[in-house]
Write a protein that binds this ligand. Structure first.
Ligand code: NAD
Ligand code: WQD
Length: 394
């Protein structure tokens, strides 16, 4: 058990009631961090807050520890209220130099920020690109300016394997240097398939530029592959307001009878069973990756030398490092649910790639992060959550 965080220090988690955010908040609290969550509930429900509180109280009771501080603010991170929130967690420091001139700076009680808030649907981003650029890119720029004003520079960003675009088609595990934000030839943005992917690419480029210009920034972009599963308690999972489009949430809907069958998009990929390969990674492993990244930044590892002169900006893949086909994913859930999942063969989904698998070597070597769970555990935890969430028929 790590020593408790000083009671006046916090990690700020923006979008912290969403799927990955809520699991990360839970892991932060379990590790003894005080947490402030900001979320506007645009893609989640407030019940998540209650469930995180229940889980952390049970955890602390079992361990005989007192719960860390946990504050929730329902607001849009782009609003003026966000500025007031940053102010309320900061102390004004006035210094007087040798010439008698006064200098005012802030010392924040926020030691690090994890920024999950964004819109994330590929299809929706094609229909509403400006809303996506506004929330995922413009919002980010204003946020960085506000954080800089309050001298908060430890920043973890939710990026995505989608930034690799068509580079995934090489069939090789993707390495972080396959997409960089310097002037090297490999930094060109070939084949980004939708506005959502471009928001993540632009956001990373902005972060890299900010870090190159201001040496105080310590920025990590975590490129998630396909986060799945949930906390084994079954109290926390993926329960968005938006319609499900990802494979595992759709598979759960088939299992509960909310959908008749899974449409398998593409059966002619060059893979072992003809269906597409993805790197599914347990969401709690992803959550732990954020804690590793925060600590890595805090220990001042994120330096210009590592980034090849680009300041304190570094990207890391968070994946399991192994690939699973769509049919293998179907079987993983059939096995734990002891039910068969009807499938229909469908054509390829536009913009899809045949395979997308992470090299996790950099995260393992530099962050000391090692994914613990495999696809079987992901499926077991997901099914546990789905079973608990479905009300038994009267
Ligand atoms: P999510 O939609 O479940 O969580 C995002 C949270 O942010 C939601 O709770 C939403 O209410 C909140 N939010 C959105 N805009 C906001 C705003 N303007 N102000 C305040 N709160 C706001 O999504 P997730 O799956 O947890 O993903 C988190 C992040 O990870 C996103 O940035 C997403 O693009 C990225 N990502 C997700 C995946 C995935 O497969 N889930 C993969 C790669 C990257
Ligand atoms: C996985 C595989 C589908 C649904 C997306 C985003 C990416 C990232 C994660 C945020 C693919 C197949 C799916 C279905 C199917 N999100 N499938 N039938 O496409 O790897 O990535 O989510 O950053 O940006 O693009 O994930 O879960 O949608 O699909 O056959 O009904 O399952 O074709 O091969 P994807 P996914």
């Amino acid at each position: 058990q790590p020593p408790p965080m000083p009671s006046n220090r916090f990690v700020l988690v923006i979008g912290g009631l969403g799927y990955i955010g809520s699991h990360t908040v839970l892991e932060l609290l379990r590790a003894g961090h005080n947490v402030i969550v900001v979320d506007n509930l645009s893609n989640c429900y407030e019940t998540v807050l209650r469930n995180v509180t229940t889980l952390i109280e049970a955890h602390c009771q079992a361990n005989g520890t007192s719960p860390p501080l946990f504050h929730f603010h329902r607001l849009d991170y782009r609003s003026r209220a966000m500025c007031l929130l940053l102010e309320s967690y900061s102390d004004l420091v006035i210094t007087i130099d040798a010439s008698g001139k006064q200098h005012m700076t802030y010392s924040s009680r926020i030691t690090g920020v994890i920024h999950f808030a964004a819109y994330k649907s590929v299809l929706d981003s094609i229909k509403r690109p400006l809303q996506y650029y506004q929330n995922n890119v413009c919002g980010l720029v204003s946020l960085l300016q506000r954080l800089d004003a309050y001298a908060i520079h430890n920043f973890i960003f939710s990026s995505s394997a989608t930034v690799y675009g068509s580079k995934a088609n090489s069939g090789l595990p993707l390495r972080e240097d396959d997409l960089t934000h310097d002037s090297s030839p490999c930094s060109s943005t070939v084949g980004l398939s939708c506005p959502y992917a471009r928001t993540k690419y632009f956001a990373e480029a902005i972060l890299a530029d900010a870090a190159a210009a201001n040496p105080r920034w310590r920025i990590v972009a975590l490129r998630y592959f396909n986060p799945v599963g949930c906390d084994p308690s079954g109290l926390l999972g993926e329960s968005p307001r938006a319609e499900a489009t990802n494979l595992y949430p759709i598979l759960s809907q088939v299992l509960t009878g909310a959908r008749p069958a899974l449409d398998v998009f593409g059966t002619d990929w060059k893979t072992r069973d003809g269906t597409a390969i993805r790197d599914y990674v347990h969401v709690l492993d992803v959550a732990r990756g954020h804690i590793a990244a925060l600590g890595w930044n805090t220990a001042d590892n994120n330096t210009s030398e590592k980034s090849g002169g680009a300041g304190g900006f570094r990207a890391f893949n968070l994946g399991s490092g192994s690939g699973t086909t769509v049919l293998e994913a179907v079987h993983s859930l059939e096995e734990v649910a002891k039910k068969s999942i009807p499938v229909r063969w469908a054509g390829r989904r536009p913009g899809d790639v045949g395979a997308c698998v992470a090299s996790t070597e950099r995260a393992q070597r530099e962050l000391g992060w090692v994914p613990r769970e495999g696809i079987a555990q992901c499926a077991a935890d997901l099914w546990n959550f789905v079973r608990k969430a479905v009300k038994p028929a009267q």
